[in-house]
Design a protein around this ligand. Structure first.
Ligand SMILES: C[S@@+](CC[C@H](N)C(=O)[O-])C[C@H]1O[C@@H](n2cnc3c(N)ncnc32)[C@H](O)[C@@H]1O
Length: 236
């Protein structure tokens, strides 16, 4: 493990206390490209692969653990991903306080902490308050993507998403996922070696702020959606 000393977060890692409320993505990235967000970046494997492969999209990571935030920021920097930023913050707080309405094209949540003990279930991220924020911050037609290895958590996630203003659709594998992978994060690779099953779900925000139009849903391995959605609130 690299020590904190070896990790350089600038210019990718941001100090949450210096950020304006609400954020202006165009000012932050210096362009009006669509913005995708990952919650719980861990070491930043997904964000780095995506940011490297898709320079026409901006990527923003939220990570609570200080060392992981530093590691992911340093890794993005080493890979020259100037279309990425990462902040150390608690996700629900950050969404509520900093993220503008209708401003994200995709919200990615991969292997969220499952809090498996019954008395800790209330700490799980994906519950109604989080979904209300997802509905608020996605652009019309924007997508939420979730993968977990935890069946009990998934059995809570699926009905909660279905009860929200999002419409469940077919899950799209990101292009950076390797053969047979759902998404290709560190946790997926580790859990795959252990032979665990995976559960994936995608949902879309409708054009009229309500349910999406797509009719299908699944746990399969479709092609990556070609997301060309623009942030609705960009004023350069
Ligand atoms: C199980 S790990 C998965 C990491 C990565 N997504 C992967 O698949 O390899 C969950 C990550 O989410 C972060 N996390 C958990 N709850 C969070 C929250 N409320 N806000 C921000 N990050 C959170 C944890 O610190 C951890 O790095």
């Amino acid at each position: 493990m690299q020590s904190n000393r070896d990790l350089i977060v600038e210019p990718i890692g941001l100090n949450v206390e210096t950020l304006p409320k609400p954020l202006n993505w165009c000012e932050l990235f210096g362009n009006d490209h669509p913005v995708e967000m990952e919650i719980g970046t861990g070491k930043g494997t997904f964000l780095t692969e995506q940011a490297k492969g898709r320079p026409g999209t901006n990527f923003f990571g939220i990570e609570w653990a200080n060392w992981f935030w530093k590691y992911a920021s340093d890794r993005l920097r080493r890979n020259g991903c100037l279309n990425a930023r990462a902040v150390r913050a608690e996700a629900l707080f950050f969404l509520r306080e900093y993220v503008p309405d209708a401003s994200l094209s995709v919200l990615h949540v991969y292997f969220p902490d499952p809090w498996p003990k019954k008395r800790h279930n209330k700490r799980r991220l994906i519950q109604s308050p989080f979904l209300e924020q997802a509905v608020r911050i996605l652009v019309p037609g924007g997508r939420l993507q979730i993968v977990t290895d935890h069946q009990d958590y998934f059995e809570q996630i699926e009905p909660t998403v279905k009860a929200s203003a999002l419409k469940v659709i077919e899950y799209n594998r990101p292009g950076s996922a390797a053969e047979g992978e759902f998404v290709g994060t560190n946790f997926e690779r580790k859990y795959r070696r252990e032979g665990r099953p995976f559960y994936a779900l995608a949902a879309v925000k409708g054009e009229g702020n309500g349910r999406g139009d797509a009719e299908t849903r699944g746990r399969g391995e479709g092609e990556e959606g070609d997301c060309k959605l623009q942030s609705a609130n960009c004023k350069m």
